[in-house]
Design a protein around this ligand. Structure first.
Ligand SMILES: [Zn+2]
Ligand SMILES: [Zn+2]
Length: 270
């Protein structure tokens, strides 16, 4: 691939409920593609954390990550991480997940709002999409205020399904005040915004968030953006990161941020 600093800071293994491949296979793919560093961000879905045994899965994931880190030393830097889903829905679960392992990187976001099912499972013929989006951005702001993460994952995640799958048109500018409030909070607290490239590979066709939100984040004066494929298959590790780099450059970013023991490191996008 064309970039020297190719990284992928959002990767799922078969220790995630929806991941398909072992970290060893994923790491082989990453090495073959010349990816410099990956972060393993298997799911901890806090609203069903104990019922669905996420508390065990994240410990297996961590163990596998340490093995792969050692096995691929000198080829690919493999960082320990976690994707905390809706941490405020069960704070005890979030605290368990955060204290279970020593992470390099914590990414947090929302897959559902309180009292609802995951945005990908909702039957939108019976749903009020504008109200759900309004609630989504409110809950994300609350999550930003909670703040026990390094990067906020896939801002505008519901659009993958509402726009991409259901073809319901959304005027994103209706939510700009809410989005601005979230971005400003991230900036104030020194957090990163994630550019998640999975949407490129879905009917939605765009990353989350889109260009205009990245540009706004840059206008607010901040430089910390992470990038991740959100791969659930080994073949997708690093997928669309180059597209994401191009978009970041267009939005005015010169660096991509990676994390080591929760400390940011800025790598030039080259
Ligand atoms: Zn996610
Ligand atoms: Zn993910």
């Amino acid at each position: 691939m064309g970039y020297k600093n190719l990284v992928d800071f959002h990767v799922h293994t078969d220790n995630s409920c929806d991941g398909h491949d072992s970290l060893m296979v994923i790491s082989e793919h990453a090495a073959a593609k010349g990816i410099r560093a990956i972060a393993v961000t298997d799911h901890a879905e806090c609203h069903r954390y104990f019922e669905d045994n996420f508390h065990l899965a994240i410990r297996y994931s961590y163990f596998e990550t340490l093995k792969a880190k050692s096995a691929f030393r000198g080829q690919v830097a493999i960082m320990t991480g976690i994707e905390l889903g809706q941490p405020l829905h069960d704070l005890q679960a979030a605290e368990d997940a955060l204290s279970a392992n020593v992470y390099d990187f914590v990414v947090a976001g929302l897959h559902l709002v309180r009292g609802e099912t995951d945005f990908w499972k909702i039957d939108y013929s019976n749903a009020d999409a504008p109200r759900l989006l309004h609630t989504y951005f409110d809950e994300l702001y609350e999550t930003a205020c909670w703040g026990k993460f390094d990067a906020m994952s896939h801002l505008t995640y519901p659009l993958r399904y509402i726009v991409g799958r259901e073809n319901i048109s959304v005027n994103l500018s209706d939510y700009f005040p809410q989005i601005d409030r979230i971005l400003s909070k991230l900036v104030a607290d020194g957090k990163a915004l994630e550019l998640n490239t999975q949407g490129y590979r879905t009917p939605y066709g765009h990353p989350t968030p889109t260009f205009e939100i990245l540009k706004r984040f840059k206008e607010l004066g901040w430089e910390y953006v992470t990038i991740g494929s959100d791969a659930h298959h080994a073949a997708d590790v690093g997928a669309n990161v180059e597209d994401g780099f191009l978009l970041l450059k267009r939005a005015g970013f010169d660096y991509v941020t990676i994390y080591d023991r929760r400390e940011p490191i800025l790598l030039p996008i080259i």
